[in-house]
Write a protein that binds this ligand. Structure first.
Ligand code: NIG
Ligand code: FE
Length: 424
C-alpha cells in the first residue's frame, strides 16, 4: 500500500523553500517562506505537494478524517529540525565536574587534570557496544521528542582505533535502526590521550596514519573534525589532520576558537571546511575568511550558557556574511542537553539573533552544515517528508516561551513518530 500523509491547515506553514543551492546569509536568513493556512502532502516518504490548504486539500479529499490525515489547525508546521553538531555516542555523565566548576574550577583545568573529555573517554572505552547503543538510543528518543529528525554525531571519546570504530559503529547501527537519521563525523582528534599530553606527535600520527584510513575504508564517517584549541591541537596539527582526512574523502569540520582566539576560523576557511563550530572567540579576520570561503558557522550557545562564558557574536557574523546554523553540541561536559528549541531561545536572547534567523539556523542552514540540503531542511516537493508540528499559534512563541517543549507531532519520512507530544 502506498504510504500517504496529509497535514492540513497549519496556522503557519514554514517551508524554508528556496535556499537549496547555498545556505541562507544576511537578509536571506529572515526569509522563511511562510504559507498561512498551509497544507503538505507526503507520499512514500517524500514531500509531494506544499501550498495553501485550499490548493492542496482539493487533490486529497479522500484522506481527510482517515489515519493518514493530521489536522494542524492553530499550529505551526516546520521542516523537521536538524542538529548539526552532537557528541551523541558516549557513556556516562559528569555532574561531579559541574559541581567543581560551580565552585570556581575551569573547564580546561579539569580537562588538564585528567577529567573532562578524558573522563568520558575512560567511560566510553569501558562500555560495550551494546551499552553505548542503549544510552545513545535513549538520547535519540529525546531528540525526536524535541522535534529533531536528523543529527550529526561525532566520535572522539575512543581515542584509540578500536574504540573510535566502536563509537562510529554504534552511530551506524542507530542510523539504520532508529528513525532519526544520523550523519557521522570522525573526531579522533578530540583530545590528546592524557598519558601522551607532553608528547602529542605520535598520537597525531596515529590519527593520520591509522585511524583516518580505516574509518574511511569502512565508510563509517562523512566528516573529519578536530578540536583546534590551545592545550589540545595546534592549528598546524589540526591542518595536517584535516588535510589527511581530505585525502581519504572526509570533509573537514573544525571545533574553532571556543575558549580563546586561536586561528580556528581562519583554518576552516583555508582547508575548505564545510563548517567551523563554536567560534565564541573567533577573530574579525576569521569571520571574514569564513564568509568569503562559504564556511557555515555552527554556533553552540548551550556551551557558553553551561560554561558560564561569553556567547558567540552571531549578529556580527550574520551581518558580516557568514551563514549561521545552531546546534546543541549535546555532550556530557560542556552542553548536557538535547533541547534544540532551548538553543533557539539562547540564540535570540544571548547572541542577537531574530526569531526568523534561529529557525533558518536549525533547518536549512543546519542541513547545509552537514551537506544534506538536497534532501532535508525545507518542505519542498522531492525532499524527505520530515516535519515538526509545534503547538503554538505562531512561530514567535517558539523563541519567546523558554524551557518548555512545544513539540506536538514529529513526522519522519512521512511517518508520525510523535503524536500529542508522546512517542508512538
Ligand atoms: O564541543 N570542545 C570540545 N568538545 C566538546 C566537549 C566535550 C566534552 O567536554 O566532553 C565541545 O564542547
Ligand atoms: Fe562539540
Amino acid at each position: 500500500m502506498t504510504q500517504k500523509l496529509l497535514i492540513t491547515n497549519a496556522a503557519q506553514l514554514i517551508t524554508m523553500a528556496g535556499h537549496n543551492d547555498h545556505p541562507a546569509k544576511q537578509e536571506a536568513m529572515s526569509d522563511l517562506e511562510i504559507i498561512e493556512n498551509g497544507s503538505v502532502y507526503i507520499e512514500e516518504g517524500k514531500v509531494v505537494a506544499v501550498g495553501t490548504d485550499e490548493e492542496v486539500r482539493a487533490d486529497y479529499q479522500d484522506l481527510i478524517g482517515t489515519e493518514s490525515h493530521i489536522d494542524a489547525t492553530g499550529k505551526v508546521v516546520t521542516p523537521g529540525l536538524i542538529d548539526p553538531h552532537t557528541h551523541l555516542v558516549h557513556a556516562g555523565t559528569r555532574e561531579n565536574e559541574y559541581a567543581m566548576r560551580l565552585k570556581g574550577k575551569t573547564y580546561m583545568e579539569i580537562m588538564q587534570a585528567g577529567g573532562g573529555i578524558h573522563a568520558t573517554t575512560r567511560a566510553t572505552q569501558a562500555a560495550s557496544h551494546e551499552q553505548l547503543y542503549e544510552e545513545s538510543r535513549k538520547r535519540l528518543d529525546q531528540f525526536l521528542l524535541h522535534g529533531v529528525t536528523t543529527v550529526e554525531a561525532k566520535s572522539g571519546y575512543g581515542l584509540t582505533l578500536e574504540h573510535e570504530l566502536k563509537q562510529l559503529e554504534v552511530a551506524k547501527q542507530l542510523d539504520s535502526e532508529h528513525p532519526v537519521d544520523i550523519v557521522s563525523t570522525f573526531m579522533g582528534a578530540h583530545a590528546v590521550p592524557i598519558d601522551e599530553k607532553d608528547n602529542p606527535e605520535p598520537f597525531v600520527n596515529r590519527v593520520i596514519d591509522e585511524m583516518i584510513p580505516e574509518v574511511a575504508n569502512k565508510k563509517l564517517a562523512t566528516f573529519n573534525d578536530v578540536f583546534c584549541e590551545r592545550g589540545v591541537f595546534t592549528p598546524e596539527q589540526s591542518k595536517r589532520i584535516l588535510e589527511a582526512g581530505k585525502q581519504h574523502g572526509l570533509i573537514p569540520k573544525v571545533h574553532a576558537d571556543e575558549i580563546e582566539p586561536y586561528g580556528g576560523a581562519e583554518l576552516a576557511a583555508q582547508v575548505g571546511a564545510i563548517s567551523a563550530d563554536h567560534l565564541l572567540k573567533a577573530s574579525e579576520q576569521g569571520i571574514k575568511d569564513m564568509a568569503e570561503a562559504d564556511v557555515v558557522g555552527v554556533l553552540l550557545p548551550g556551551t557558553a550558557f553551561f560554561l558560564m562564558a561569553e556567547f558567540a557574536d552571531a549578529r556580527r557574523m550574520i551581518d558580516g556574511g557568514v551563514a549561521v546554523a545552531l546546534s546543541t553540541d549535546a555532550n556530557p561536559g560542556s552542553s548536557p542537553t538535547i533541547s534544540l528549541p532551548f538553543i533557539m531561545n539562547l540564540g535570540c536572547l544571548k547572541m542577537g539573533m531574530t526569531p526568523e534567523e534561529v529557525l533558518t539556523a536549525t533547518t536549512i542552514n543546519a542541513a547545509h552544515a552537514i551537506g544534506a540540503a538536497g534532501e532535508i531542511g525545507s518542505l519542498e516537493p522531492g525532499k524527505k517528508g520530515d516535519v515538526t508540528i509545534f503547538n503554538v499559534p505562531n512561530y514567535l512563541v517558539l523563541s519567546y516561551q523558554y524551557g518548555m517543549n512545544h513539540v506536538d507531532t514529529v513526522i519522519k519520512a512521512g511517518k508520525a513518530l510523535v503524536l500529542g507530544g508522546q512517542l508512538q
